[in-house]
Design a protein around this ligand. Sequence first.
Ligand SMILES: Cc1cc2nc3c(=O)[nH]c(=O)nc-3n(C[C@H](O)[C@H](O)[C@H](O)COP(=O)(O)OP(=O)(O)OC[C@H]3O[C@@H](n4cnc5c(N)ncnc54)[C@H](O)[C@@H]3O)c2cc1C
Length: 459
Amino acid sequence: MGMEETWDLVVIGSGGAAMAAGIEARSRGKSVLLVEHGVLGGTCLNVGCIPSKNLLAAAGRRHRALVNPFPGLPTGAGGVDLAALMAQKQELIDRLRQAKYTDVAEAHGFPVMYGHARFVDEQTLEVDGERVAGAAYIVATGSAAHIPALPGMDTIDPLTSTTAMELQDIPSSMVVLGGGYVGLEQAQLWSQLGVAVTLVGRLAPHAEPEVADVLRTVFADDGITVVEERAVALERTADGAVLVRTERGAQLTGQRLLVATGRHANTDDLGLDDAGVHTDDRRFITVDAHQRTSNPRIFAAGDVSGAPQYVYVAAQTGHAAAAGALGRPTTVDYRGLPSVTFTTPQLASAGLTEQQALAAGHECDSRVLDAQDIPRSLANRDTRGTLKVVVDAHTRKILGVHAALDGAGDVMLAATYAIKFGLTVDDLADTWAPYLTMSEALRICAGLFRSDMPTSCCA
Ligand SMILES: Cc1cc2nc3c(=O)[nH]c(=O)nc-3n(C[C@H](O)[C@H](O)[C@H](O)COP(=O)(O)OP(=O)(O)OC[C@H]3O[C@@H](n4cnc5c(N)ncnc54)[C@H](O)[C@@H]3O)c2cc1C
């Protein structure tokens, strides 16, 4: 890794986008170096997907034991040893870092250099002050939790999803700011571990209204207070707790505050201005459809490029950026893109909401299936759920599928296939769906476009 060597590609970061770029470059027989100033693996592994889904699985296990709907089968749950829970989470992260990052980089044949990368001009990158030469570069530096500058924020010590998932002691109560997917997951996670949670902010603002309504009901049932207003000021109370004031004058208190109001791009101290790389008004790097920045030698991928913040998007944009940087411009196909919020029930979608379909110029038609009409939900004795299918009224092709259901995320795989490969609602209605799976909801809902008469088992 010497100064004299020129790499075909140098990638800043070691998260999902950077790893994909490294793999892509090696598959094309090119030399590639990753540069990381923190821990190998980036957000998803260290502070994002993996720890949150692991802890949600644990908290959900406790919750199911406490609120078992089956008579004649008493269950219960004891206290929570948070330090032990956090230790198993860390063990999982460390194991996956080795198996999915260290070993993978080695197998594909690309090194990772540790240090802070920064451009000094349009051609030159330095890592901790040492020149590292690449024929092309990819910025894959990700994003980090953003703390809004609300009055009084400086008087308290707010948690983010990152620091909350490192707590060793359970707080008695918590106010969560933000009802996007990170806020929803954190609110339910801590609630299910026994914390009294208040969520401040619009709940699932981008979800279909029918879907968001399900989560409203479930959060209310589970004792999570939801205040769908904007927080305007914060205060530290005499006993060290946090008081949040909302736009309409509500005052909410919690022992801790967890901020989940969005993430900012990691673009500070990267020398982007010196390199002639343009950013937008939120400091995300501006890229074209090939992930190219305003500097033709520099590409960007993943969260930092303003792409939807999912690790599979980071990976696809990483592949495209590497292919482009190595002379094969490629675009990412976003048709049918799925997204999942891993609450119970999961909120999940693929493709367009009704509003997005209308905005895109479709004349559309939609049907909503209540979980009362889904055999799996009835068998589970939990009918708080819904699934909505949006189609083009003329072609009858599926444009979007949205659900709040146990396992909704898995249902979306079929929805993504349907959207990407242009299936019609009749294709779905006329195709097998295994009885008593949640994905059967897709077939039943497709049937509603033909008739709203009740269905018998599979008929
Ligand atoms: C709580 C939470 C839960 C999530 N859950 C999911 C989920 O379930 N499913 C899903 O798909 N997505 C999830 N995400 C989103 C997902 O984690 C991100 O979209 C994805 O990890 C972004 O990958 P990336 O490669 O763009 O950036 P990152 O993974 O953030 O990697 C960027 C890397 O660049 C390094 N870096 C930054 N600046 C420099 C520099 N100047 N020099 C050297 N190195 C630098 C950083 O240290 C970091 O390691 C979650 C996110 C959060 C916060």
